[in-house]
Design a binder for this molecule. Sequence first.
Ligand SMILES: O=P(O)(O)OC[C@@]1(O)O[C@H](CO)[C@@H](O)[C@@H]1O
Length: 508
Amino acid sequence: MSEVKATNPADGKVANPKVMLNLGSLPPRQKPSAMMREQYPRTPSRVNPDQPQWPAYRGYHEYSFAHATMSVRLPTILEKGIADVHLTVNQEYDEDRVKDLVECIHRMEDLLDSLKANDKLRYITDDGAGDVALWNKEIARYFRGKDFMNSPWVFAEAYKYRRLRECFSLSKYWVEYDVFFRQKCDTFARSAEAVFELASRFAAPFSFAEGISDEDKLKTSKLMFRELTQICLWGNSTDLSLLIDMTEEDIKKLQSTGGEHLSATEKNILGNDLDKITDKVASMKGGRIDFVLDNAGFELYCDLVYADWLIQSGICKEIVFHGKKIPWFVSDVTKKDWDWILNSCVYGYLFPEATEEEMDWLRVMGRRWKSYEKEGKFKYQSHPFWCSGFTFWSLTAEAPDLFIELATSDLVIFKGDLNHRKLGYDCHYPYNTPFSQAIGPLASTPGAPPIVSLRTVKSDIVVGIPDGVGEKLDEEEKGWKISGKYAVVLLSEGRPGEKITFADTNNE
Ligand SMILES: O=P(O)(O)OC[C@@]1(O)O[C@H](CO)[C@@H](O)[C@@H]1O
C-alpha cells in the first residue's frame, strides 16, 4: 500500500492523499451489471420497515419535509376534510343519513386530536375490509408502541389515510365517501388554459405526415415521446395537497405545456434517463405500458393524453392504469375520479368560458378514451396493495400476484412523489445511489419489468442524480427538495423475461 499526493487540476491545490492498493491477489473486477445483481437482494429478507437499509425519514426530523407534513400539513388536510363533510351534512335531508354522517365527523375529530397529541398508532378497527389484518400485522410486528412522529414518515402518513377511511367505513351510509372529491374536481376545472392547450393539439387523430420515410417516422416518434413524457412529468407539479395557497397565476405557470417552457425545464431534470427510455419505447410495437397513477384531475388528464398517443402511434396496444382503492394522499386517483374525468370530458360543463370549438376538442378526446376502455385498450385496475402501509420493496412478498401482473408489462411508469418515496423505502440515501439499487427487489427479482419513475421532487428522498449536484443545491438553494421545481426521470432495466422466482420474504 502506498500514499500518493494528488493535485487538483482545477485549482492546483494538493487534494487529500490517495491510497494506492496492490490488487494483484484480489478477485478480478466484475462487469458492472453482474455486480449490481450480486448486491441484490441486499438481503431483502432482513429489511425491517422500522429500520430500513438507510435511515428512514421520521416526523420528528425537523430538517425534513416529514416534520412539516406530520405536524402541520396533515392536521390542515384533516380540518379541510371535516369542512367538506360539514358542507355535505348541510345538504342532506334524511335524518338517519345525517346522524350517520355526524358520527363520521366525530371520528374525524378524534383522529385529528390523536394526530395533534401525537398518540401511539393503534390497530385499525375491523371495518370488514380485506386489508385490516395486513395493517394490524404490520403494526404488531414493527410499530407497536410507536407514535405518529417517531414511526417512519411513509408508514405514519399512509396509516393516517387508512384511519381516515375508517371514519367512513364504520358508517352505514357513507362507506364510499371521499372528503377530497370536491377539491379534485375543482382543480381540474381551474386548469382550463392547459387543458385546452393540450386538447387543441391532441384531439385530432395522430398520423405521420404523408410519404415520410421510416427513418423520419422514428425521429418524429422519438421527439413526440420526449415532449409528451415531459408534459406528463410536470403535470405532477399540480398536486392538491400542496396547492392550498396557490393563485390562479401560479397554477398556470406550473401547467405551462409550451415547447419553450419544456426545454427550459429539462435542465431541471436532475437525474435524466430520458434518452434511454426514448430508445426503449421507440423499439416497441403493439406493446403494453402500465401507469401507476398519482393525482386525479389535471395530472390524470396529462396521463390520458400521453397514453392516447402511445396507442395511436402503434407503440402500445394496451395501457393499464393502476389507481387507488380508497381516498389517498388527498389527490390520488380512485375509480370514481377515473370515471369522473372521462365523463366530464364528454358530458361536462366545467369550463363555462371555453368556446364551442374547445369543448368539441375535449369531447372528441373523451369519447376516444371511453371507446379505448370498451375495446380493452385502456384498462383500469386498483390492487389493494397500493393503499397499504408497505413500501414497494415489499411488493414481491406481500402482493406477488401484482408483481406477476406488472411483470407482463413492457414498461411500468410510476408517477409522482409518493410513488417515488415508496419505491425507495423513503430513506435518506446518498444522492448518487443508482435508482435500480434504491428500489431493491423491484429491480432485482427475476422477471422484474423495466421501471420508470417520473417524479417532480417534492420531498426529501433523492437518488439517481450525478455526483455533487444535490450537495451543490443543498448549499445554494434552500428548499430545493420540496419546491416541485426539480424532477427526476429514472429507469431501472429490471430483469424482464427471466423466470419469476420469489425470495421467501422481504421483511424481517
Ligand atoms: O405523490 P405526489 O402527489 O406527487 O406528492 C405527494 C406529496 O405532496 O405529498 C406527500 C406528503 O404528504 C409527499 O410525498 C409529496 O410531497
